[in-house]
Design a protein around this ligand. Structure first.
Ligand code: FES
Ligand code: FES
Length: 146
């Protein structure tokens, strides 16, 4: 695929590839709504040139769910009231996924710190943090039972 030299990763993913889960909020690396994983690390794709991503593995929110079912984190966000308008949710899920991958048993403070680059104007964050902690607790229970 060829892309304009000045096109952002967010623009190419949404407009050329057609994956519209990642959102454009501030367009200035402030809100995290556009966050994706680039080779496993979160980037604000509104401020990242598509050409810089050449050869990298990119994961958007669409890639978190296995097939047509929700990932446990997505389900937990819904159940815990971590989703209202949903605009921040794709970026929140990307951040939380990375956190739980690197730190499967985080403290509440660690969750809040990790998600501090993702702004939510609706939920007050409590439901989001609760969802992440619930998934972490379930993972810990499962590991203890193995
Ligand atoms: S839209 Fe990219 S950080 Fe806000
Ligand atoms: S749910 Fe609306 S911005 Fe977070």
């Amino acid at each position: 695929m060829s892309v304009p030299a000045s096109a952002t990763l967010l623009h190419v993913v949404r407009e050329q590839i057609g994956l519209t889960g990642s959102k454009e909020g501030c367009d200035d690396s402030e809100c995290g709504a556009c966050m994706m994983l680039l080779d496993g690390e979160p980037v604000n794709s509104c401020s990242y040139l598509a050409v810089q991503a050449d050869g990298s593995a990119i994961t958007t929110v669409e890639g978190l769910a296995p097939g047509d079912t929700l990932a446990p984190l997505q389900e937990a966000f819904l159940v815990a009231g971590g989703v209202q308008c949903g605009f921040c949710t794709p970026g929140m899920l990307i951040s939380a996924t990375r956190l739980l991958r690197d730190n499967p048993d985080p403290t509440t403070d660690e969750v809040r710190l990790e998600l501090s680059g993702n702004l939510c104007r609706c939920t007050g964050y409590d439901g989001i943090v609760k969802a992440v902690m619930e998934v972490a607790a379930r993972t810990a229970e499962k590991s203890a039972g193995d």
